[in-house]
Every structure is written in C-alpha cells, then in structure tokens.
Design a protein. Structure first.
Lengths: 390, 488
C-alpha cells in the first residue's frame, strides 16, 4: 500500500524485490514500436470454436510514433500525488456531502440524542452505504453514547470515519494479494480481465489503465472481447490508439472466448507484459452471459498459467443496493479480485463500494474521476474517507 | 364502440398489468409484524408504527431516496390512521394495501404514447447520465414509434465526445433498419441538429430522434449545451434516461436535468436485471414527469410501456401479501361488477357508475394497449382504429371524466336535474364548454337506451345478450363459477 506514493502506478514483482521496470517511460524517439512491424500472420491461431476462421485484426496505432508520443499525456510516478489531489477533490467536491449532512445532524444539539442518530442514519443511507451497514454503525454509536464515552460532534465524525476506514482497510488486507505485485515478473502476459454490468465504465477504464501501465514502461496488449454491443470494439480501438497500445479484435458476433484465445496467443508471441481484456456489459442475473465469462476464464487459464491473474469488477458510483448483488454474482462466477469505482466525479460517492468491501472483502483498487485518459486514480481508503468528511 | 371500450374490466385480462409473485423478499420481521397485528375495526397508530417501520426499510433497501421515503411514509400515515380494515385483511396487510395504492397513485397511469404535433419534423431528445442507456434507447424508441405510432424517424447522434459514440448509433440504425443521419465532417452538436432537421424537411422524415452525449448534471458547460440544443430544436419530448440500478443520487441528477432542461418523461433502463428499481419513485417524485417506458434488455425490441403496478410490487418486494391483497381487491371489483350488471338490468346505470368505469379503464393503460388486448371478435365488422383515433378518444375520455368530476353527487345519481345553469357551472368547473357537457349527457342517455335494449334482448345486439353484457361488465365465465360457489 505504501508504494502508492513512492513509485510507479504499476509494478511487477521480480524475485522477492520490487523492481521498477519502467526505466524509461517514453518510447525511443524515431524507433518504430515493435508491434507495428509484426505481421498479422504471426498472430493467427486456431479459433476456440470451430467456426469460420476469422482473421484477428490487430489495430496498431495508425499515427507515426512521434505524434503518439505527443498525444499521450505524460503520466508518471512523480504525478501520483497530483492524482491523489484530484482524487480528493473528486470525492470532496460534492454539493451536499456526508460531512455537511453530519454537521446538520449535530448542529445546535448539545447531546447526541435519538434525533441526531436518526439524521446520522439518513446521512449514511443517503450515501448508498446501505441499510444494514448503516444500522450496524449506528448501533455501535448508540452503544458508545449509552456508555457516555461519546459526547460531541467531532467525536461522532471520528467514530464513523474509523468504521468506514476499518471496512476498507480490512478488505485491502484480505485480498490485497491479488494484484500485479504478487505475480512474478516472468509470468507473461499478466492477464487482467475487466467485468461488470452494462454501461458501468469498463471500456473507458481499460483505456485509462492501458495508458498508465504503458507509461510505466510495460508492453500492453488489449483484447476486445465485447463482440456484442454496437461499435464496442471501435470504441476500444480509439482508446487503444490514444494510449498507443495494440488491440486484438474480431468482427461483431464472434465468440468472445475465441477473441480472447487469439489475444493470449498474440500476447505470448509478442512477449507482452500485460494483456487487458474488455468484456461485454452483462447483468449478473443472466445465466447464459455469466456462463460465457466462465468459459473465457477457462480459456485464459489454459493458455497462461494462473490467468486471469486479476479480475476487476467495475461499479458505477451512482449504483444503489443492487451493487451488492452484482458483486456477489460476479464474484461467484468470475472470482473478482478487486473493484473499480467509476464516475466519482459526479455527486454520488459510491457508498455501495463500502458495503461491498465489507460483505465480500473486496478491495477498491482504482477510481474513475472523469472521461479523459488520465482520469483514473489508485484508490486510497484514507483519502476517500477523508474526502467524504472534508 | 365507446361503450364497449369503457366497460372492459381489468380483471378480465389476467397477466396484464400485474405480476405479483416476481419478488418474495418480504422480510421475516415484516411477516411477523403483519401476522401479529390483530384487532378488528380501524387502523390504530400502533398498527401503523409497526408496519410502516418495516415498510420504510423495504423502501430504503429498494433504493428509494430517503427523503422521498420520509415524505411518503408521513403521507401514508396521515391517510391511513383510522381507516377501516377490510374484513379479509389483517391490519398490517391493510397498511401494505394503502402503501401499495398510494405508490401506484404516485407513479401515475401508463402514458407510453408520445404526443406529436403536425410540425415536421418533430424532435425527440434523449438525455441523461453517462452509460444510462441513451443510445440503445434511442434505437429502441425509434422502432417503437414506427411500429406503434406510425412515425417515420431519422436518427441523429450529437455525441461528439465519447469514442465511437456516433458509430454506435450508426450500427444500431443498420441493425433495426432505420436511417441514421451521419453528418460527416460536422462536429458541433447544434450544427448537426440543424443539418439533420434540414434533411428531414427535404426527405420527409416526420420525427428526428436526437441521442445526446452522456453528461453529469453538475457539468455546467455540457448542461448548457443541452439547453441550447433544446432551444434550437424545440423538441416535443425530452426524455430522461435513468438506470434502474441507480441509488440515492437519482434525485439529484433527475432534478437537475429537469430543472435545467425541462424533461417531459423518463425511460427506466436495465429493468431486466434484479434491481428493485426504487429510483423510479425518486425520479417521479422530484420531476413530476411520468415514466413512459422501461428498457428490459439489450436487444432493440426490449422496450415496454411502464406499468406502475409492476414496479410497485417489485419495489415493495412483498409478493405474497400483495397477491392476497390483489385477491381481495378482485373480489371487491367483482362485487362492483355484479352490482353494475344488476344496475344495467334495472336500467339504473348512473353517471357515477360511468365514472367508475372510466377510472377502471384508466388503470389499464392507454386505449391502444387495451384494444390490442381485446379478443378480436369483439370488434368484428368495425372499422380499424388508427393511433390518431385512439389518441383522440383518450383526450375525450379525460374530458368526460373531468366533467363528471365537476358534478355534485345528486347530479350524478340523476342526470335529469342537470338544467342549463347547472350545465354552465359544470362546464366552468371542468374547464370545458357547455357543448361538451351537453354532448356527454346525450351520449350517456343513448348509452342507457342501448343497455336497456341489450338487457331486454332487443335491437341489433339482442342476440349477444348474455355474452356481451358479461363482457361489458367484466363478469367472465370464470367469475360466474366463483359466484355460484359463493351461493352454495
Ligand atoms: N464522468 C465520468 N464518466 C465516465 C467515467 N468512466 C466512464 N465514463 C463514461 O461512462 C459511459 C460508459 O462507459 P463505457 O466505458 O462505455 O462503459 P462500459 O462498461 O464499457 O459499457 P458497456 O460495454 O456498454 O457495458 C461513457 O460515456 C464514459 O465516457 C468516469 O469515471 N467519470
Ligand atoms: N440489460 C440491459 N442493458 C441495456 C439496456 N439499455 C441499455 N443497455 C446497455 O447498457 C450499456 C450502455 O448503453 P448505451 O445506450 O451505450 O448508453 P448511453 O447512455 O448512450 O451511454 P453514453 O453515451 O456513453 O453516455 C450498453 O451495454 C447497452 O447494451 C436495458 O434495458 N437492459
Ligand atoms: Mg464497453
Ligand atoms: Mg450514447
């Protein structure tokens, strides 16, 4: 956790040490990217299903490398505190935040009475933290009030903060192992799968991730396994181009597992460090679509030991209590290892992620704070909780 | 014809409008509360406290905004205290019934019909937060309008920001066989709108469906852009697309969009998931605009009109209690229907009864959808109704109801006392013209004659007597059986 502020965004483990591979974050000027030269042929592979063989299409950046270097914003380790500041701002900049509601709850009251607790309850529920988690927090506060160990508003705030922080940090510890830092450097490619319900922000998040991981000096490949939604791969192709990262895609309607299979082969052939897999949005109660995910995971595991190494569930910050049900189902089928909380730049603060972290011990890994390429930050529990109460 | 339409009875078409048993999330605690609350007669404050506490939790868990829940609970409390408990229900169940009715009322009727004018083209704007389902809904709605309202739409995306957003609509257009305005080389939303409008005028599209970019309600620049598009295009409808999975924040975004852009309705998407959909209640409460459609899948025909009953039972998640209530209610309805049949036989069908029938019809939804549910043989030989005709009929139904509402109860019991000065008062009260009142009274008098003829087995419809009369009053063969059982 501490490496967040110290070094790079993305880090692989080599032996027992953390070694930065991102020695040089920019491509050598003038030297064409290796992948651009690779003939498409070399990537050909037998499709998973015996369907008509479709040539996988590699979309490599079409611009000359010089322009790419210009258009890719410089994202570097040194910027991390800067990202943190923007994260804090996104969480804080809400017109009616938790803190002001809490202030209202205790304003003009000397003692913490039933009404204060009522208002407090509403404040927490209003942040989508959920009825059950809220009731538990309130219950704890009530006990402390009864014991007279809790007297004024600041203390009240402190207690609630600690509660939330506890939940988030516990989740980090329990599943924190599932990240790039826990997978040895010689495992290639590191397969990162991104899943979630429709419209949550998967594709956009992948665009942002690709850029940042690449900026840390890794060779990234993207797999466009959403072959269902209209123009899904066109959307991803634009992100790939922005990040200057190659993309494997096939025509709409292809079996996503087949695209994944091709991508894994391609990643191995070109010795990519990281393969990021975009999947179609799916509602978690659709058995057939969830089964499709399972199949993709099997294919990944067969091609690369331990893959997917990381599976991120993307949750939109405006999501209400259904987020829990989403997390449960995706966890069951896709063995999710962490969350990405998107659209935190709106007025919703994503309290449901706290409820998810609590029930399923899933850590929040990244946050989306806008629609631009560098609007992705590493989640930090303390900053988040502070932001809620700023 | 009008008569037949008016008298279609809700329960005659099971499966329409109500599907209770979908969710059974009733908490054990509430079950216990409902069972334990005993007592005859009227609802007491104690009954209400206990039941409403649990209902509050159910609503919060369904993502209804906490402020909306608070107001709602208070409204129910003041309405319910002292109310008589129906014989077949426990006090707790009676509270659920009141909650249910209040929520259905709050969500309003079914109004999936978009109202167009004669201007060409009419624009429809689709707005909302990022990823809520605007582009998909634009495709779905275009198809719907072509099929159900005989429109000839041109699709336009003014999302010049998100990667491949315009490509997405182009692909959708191709998939559903609808033209999409490409506007190649144009990268300004307003310019795109103007060019597309011109294209409509030239080619003859009567409807321009404008898919806008997703945006945050706190993004001043982009909200301002929407205002400018609206100003330029003067759309007949501005539909806010809301994700059914939205939580507490739904009130903020919906309100801001409504306050700044003036939304005229809501499309609730992703209802094929397992979200309880409490956001529907929040959005309706803060905007006052009707929910017109629900999205129930990723395919382009997965769009349905909105039925308040369905979502209310889903939000409450109390399948078993609600089905009991439904049973009780249908018994009440049956009693009413029997009374009505007797009245018709005695030729004592009053304006009050007429109004009752109207409100039953309203509960069902749009006339269009009602008509499509009816067995074809009911209208054999009658001219086919165009959507325009049914729209017109709907307007008339509303007017009729307003007129009857403005009558005193004595007037409703005996229409003969309605003299010219009373007619004037009624017209004023209902915001109609004296002519409208006259027309209604004449219609009603004719209706009574037809009924009399039917009951006596005379006239053109004589032969159909039993069947038609039953159909009209909503007493089907199934009901006959129930009736017999009761007599035994
Ligand atoms: N404001 C804001 N918008 C975001 C963020 N992340 C994604 N979006 C927007 O949300 C919308 C949906 O994002 P996508 O990346 O297409 O979502 P998806 O999960 O891939 O969607 P499907 O593949 O259709 O299921 C787009 O308009 C994005 O620009 C964020 O962090 N903040
Ligand atoms: N299951 C389901 N998915 C839906 C429904 N409506 C839309 N979607 C999906 O939700 C995702 C987002 O839909 P879009 O139509 O792209 O949303 P949008 O509001 O136009 O998104 P932006 O333009 O990026 O803001 C896609 O994956 C759609 O297939 C629905 O009713 N049910
Ligand atoms: Mg996507
Ligand atoms: Mg769109």
């Amino acid at each position: 956790m501490s490496n967040r502020f110290m070094g790079l965004f993305w880090k692989r483990k080599s032996g027992s040490d953390f070694i930065s591979l991102g020695l040089n974050t920019e491509p050598e000027p003038g030297q064409p990217e290796q992948f651009a030269e690779q003939p498409v042929k070399a990537l050909e592979s037998e499709p998973v299903k015996a369907a008509e063989p479709v040539l996988p299409v590699v979309v490599a950046p079409s611009q000359p490398v010089e322009t790419i270097a210009e258009t890719v914003p410089e994202v570097r380790a040194a910027d991390e505190p800067n990202f943190m500041a923007r994260f804090r701002k996104a969480v804080t900049a809400t017109r009616e935040n938790l803190s002001s509601r809490l202030e209202d709850a205790v304003k003009g009251r000397k003692t913490i009475d039933a009404e204060t607790l009522n208002d407090l309850e509403e404040a927490l529920i209003g942040a989508d933290i959920g009825v059950q988690t809220t009731f538990e927090i309130i219950e704890d506060v009530r006990r402390q009030v009864d014991r007279q160990s809790l007297k004024d508003a600041d203390e009240l705030k402190g207690i609630i903060k600690r509660h939330l922080l506890d939940i988030l940090e516990k989740a980090e510890k329990s599943r924190g192992i599932a990240s790039e830092t826990s997978v040895a450097d010689d495992v290639r490619p590191y397969v990162l799968m991104v899943v979630g319900v429709n419209g949550a922000g998967k594709t956009t998040t992948i665009g942002k991730l690709a850029q940042r991981i690449k900026a840390d000096g890794y060779d990234v490949l993207i797999c466009a396994a959403d072959t269902f939604r209209a123009a899904a791969s066109d959307q991803l192709a634009i992100w790939a181009e922005r990040a200057g990262v190659p993309l494997i895609q096939q025509k709409q309607g292809t079996d996503p597992a087949a695209v994944l299979f091709d991508s894994l082969k391609a990643a191995k052939a070109r010795n990519s460090d990281v393969l990021i897999v975009d999947t179609a949005g799916r509602l978690h109660n659709k058995a057939n679509l969830m089964a499709e995910l399972e199949k993709m995971r099997r294919v990944a595991g067969r091609e690369v030991a331990g893959a997917p190494h990381e599976t991120l569930l993307v949750i939109d910050a405006v999501t209400g209590q259904n987020g829990l049900s989403q997390a449960r189902e995706f966890m069951k089928v896709a063995d999710v290892t962490g969350l990405v909380l998107t659209k935190l730049d709106g007025t919703a603060k994503g309290g449901i992620a706290v409820a998810i972290a609590k029930e399923l011990a899933l850590p929040i890994r990244y946050c989306g704070i806008g629609e631009k390429a560098d609007d992705l930050v590493v989640f930090d529990p303390a900053t988040y909780v502070d932001g809620l109460f700023a | 014809m009008a008569l037949a339409t008016l008298m279609v009875h809700q329960a005659e078409y099971p499966g329409f409008g109500i599907c209770w048993n979908m969710f059974d999330a009733l908490s054990d605690k509430l079950k216990k509360v409902l069972k334990d609350l005993r007592g005859e007669g009227r609802l007491t404050a104690e009954h209400l406290d206990l039941a409403l506490r649990e209902i509050r939790i159910a609503l919060l868990e369904a993502d209804v905004n906490f402020k909306v829940v608070k107001d709602f609970i208070e409204r129910v409390r003041s309405k319910a205290v002292g109310q008589e408990v129906m014989q077949q229900l426990s006090p707790g169940q009676q509270v659920v019934k009141i909650v249910y009715d209040e929520m259905v009322e709050m969500l309003g009727g079914t109004s999936s019909r978009l109202i167009f004018t004669s201007r060409r083209p009419n624009s429809v704007m689709i707005v909302g937060l990022q990823g809520s389902g605007k582009t998909t809904s634009t495709g779905k709605l275009s198809m719907w309008l072509q099929k159900n309202q005989d429109r000839n739409p041109l699709l336009l995306s003014v999302d010049v920001y998100r990667p491949a957003a315009r490509d997405q609509l182009a692909v959708i257009g191709k998939a559903i066989g609808m033209p999409v305005f490409e506007g190649q080389g144009i990268n300004d939303p307003i310019e795109l709108c103007r060019a597309a409008r011109l294209h409509c005028e030239q080619v003859g599209f009567d409807t321009l469906m404008i898919d806008t970019a997703g945006r945050l309600h706190i993004d001043d620049a982009l909200m301002d852009e929407l205002q400018r598009i609206k100003q330029e295009m003067q759309p007949v409808e501005t539909l806010f697309v809301a994700d059914a999975m939205t939580g507490q924040d739904a009130v903020k975004s919906a309100k801001e969009f409504h306050d700044r852009i003036g939304t005229t309705g809501v499309i609730l998407t992703k209802m094929d998931g397992d979200a309880r959909g409490g956001a529907a209640l929040s959005v309706k409460e803060v905007t006052g605009q009707p929910i017109k459609f629900v999205g129930v899948g990723e395919k382009y025909d997965a769009l349905e009109p909105f039925y308040p009953e369905r979502i209310v039972s889903r939000i409450l998640g109390m399948g078993d209690v609600l089905s009991l209530i439904e049973k009780v209610q249908s018994e009440v309805d049956e009693k009413k229907a029997l009374e009505l049949q007797e009245k018709m036989e005695r030729n004592a069908f009053t304006l009050e009864d007429y109004r009752d029938q109207l409100s039953q019809v309203k509960k069902l939804g749009s006339l269009d959808s009602i008509l499509s549910m009816l067995p074809g043989d009911m209208f054999k030989g009658m001219p086919k109704l165009t959507p325009e005709m049914t729209a017109q009929m709907e307007v008339e139904l509303k007017r009729t109801e307003a007129i009857i509402n403005s009558m005193t109860s004595t007037e409703r019991e005996d229409h003969l006392i309605i003299n010219p000065s009373r007619r004037r008062r009624i017209a004023m009260g209902s915001g109609t013209k004296i002519n409208d009142v006259n027309k209604l009274l004449k219609q009603y008098a004719e209706m009574k004659i037809v009924m009399k003829q039917m009951m006596e087995g005379e006239g053109m419809m004589g032969g159909l007597r039993g069947k038609v009369a039953r159909k009209l009053t909503g007493i089907g063969s199934k009901r006959k059986k129930v009736k017999k059982k009761k007599r035994r």
